[in-house]
Design a binder for this molecule. Structure first.
Ligand SMILES: CC(C)(COP(=O)(O)OP(=O)(O)OC[C@H]1O[C@@H](n2cnc3c(N)ncnc32)[C@H](O)[C@@H]1OP(=O)(O)O)[C@@H](O)C(=O)NCCC(=O)NCCS
Length: 314
């Protein structure tokens, strides 16, 4: 049995179509200035005819290539998504076939905390010896569930995918993870359909989500560091869910982490839900900011609410 689950490869993919704040201001009553100031977002990517699986395949192949792992060696695939291509079969099974894997594959749904929940699940498989090589992907086509006439939500979300390959290891990897859910807040952030075959769009009480996100994520970051007998001084990078720059900077301030130790990609990506953390991670790995041996804190919150954190030695 392996002592640790290590990240040995990262990958990501963004669909080519860019939608800028100025593009949005042509169809809804908003402005580039308002969106930048209130959220930090400048542009987002949106699919044209690509599916959630299409994005996931490219991100997964990039991560497998970096890891030097062939898809046939995978023991498990977990795909975190809120926007599966079908009610069933799981998008993860489409991904499995598309990349040439033959292992078990399932979808996991924890909205914007999906990647944290999926990585934590994968770690358990590795630590119990049930799996040794696991592919964890976050892939979303949120543009399909955004009401493009609703300025309170249309400005926030984007499409994309990120992936990691985990391997069992005696070398330190994931050091700590913690998950929370509280279903008392269902209506604060949800898709509005009542029945599974009804079309629905994202509905959100923005102010409430904002306050809960700052308070829950700040407490969780403190709890995580303290559980590992660390302070923020031991952190090399915080890689947070990319929802709003004001949420990210409030949490960083509370744990006394300067913004130059926080990976921020939301200006170009918007909020890509389960894809946002692995997208940010891969961006910072490939541009050389994140280096092997560094200590990283992932944290994120999404509808439910569900939230979680992972401290990892990269
Ligand atoms: C959505 C969000 C950006 C709104 O910012 P805010 O500072 O809370 O703004 P408010 O909702 O209080 O709205 C302030 C004003 O701007 C207006 N407004 C809202 N959206 C606007 C837009 N896109 N463009 C211009 N004006 C807008 C409101 O109508 C309101 O006008 P009023 O004062 O005349 O009533 C912010 O609440 C947020 O990011 N919340 C968290 C959302 C999130 O991260 N969700 C995903 C979590 S995983």
């Amino acid at each position: 049995m392996s002592k640790f689950a290590r990240i040995i490869g990262t990958g990501s993919y963004l669909p080519p179509k860019v939608v800028t704040n100025d593009d949005l201001s042509k169809t809804i009553d908003t402005s580039d200035e308002w969106i930048r100031t209130r959220t930090g977002i400048q542009e987002r990517r949106v699919v044209t005819d690509e599916s959630t699986c299409d994005l996931a395949v490219i991100a997964a192949n990039n991560a497998l290539e970096m890891a030097g792992v062939d898809a046939s060696e995978l023991d498990l695939i977990i795909l975190a998504t809120t926007t599966p291509d079908k009610i069933f079969p799981a998008t993860a099974t489409m991904l499995q076939t598309a990349i040439g894997a033959s292992c078990p594959a399932f979808d996991l749904q924890a909205v914007c905390a999906g990647f944290i929940f999926a990585l934590t699940t994968a770690e358990q498989y590795i630590k119990t010896g049930a799996a040794n090589k696991v592919l964890v992907v976050g892939s979303e086509t949120l543009s399909r569930i955004v009401d493009w006439n609703d300025r309170s939500t249309a400005i926030l979300f984007g499409d994309g995918a990120g992936a990691v390959v985990l391997s069992g290891s005696e070398e330190t990897g994931i050091l700590h993870s913690k998950l929370y859910s509280d279903g008392n807040y269902l209506s604060s952030l949800q898709v509005s359909n009542n029945y599974i075959n009804e079309t629905g769009f994202i509905e959100m009480a923005g102010n409430e989500v904002f306050k809960i996100a700052v308070s829950r994520l700040s407490s969780l970051a403190e709890e995580t560091l303290s559980a590992c007998n660390m302070t923020s001084e031991n952190l090399d990078w915080m890689v947070p869910h990319q929802a709003n720059i004001r949420i990210i900077s409030a949490v960083a301030k509370r744990i006394k982490t300067p913004m130059d130790k926080v990976v921020v990609t939301l200006e170009k990506h918007g909020n890509t839900s389960a894809a946002s953390i692995p997208l940010a991670l891969d961006t910072a790995v490939r541009d050389g900011r994140i280096q092997k041996g560094q200590t990283l804190l992932f944290e994120g919150i999404g509808g439910g609410f569900s939230w979680g954190s992972i401290l990892v030695k990269f």
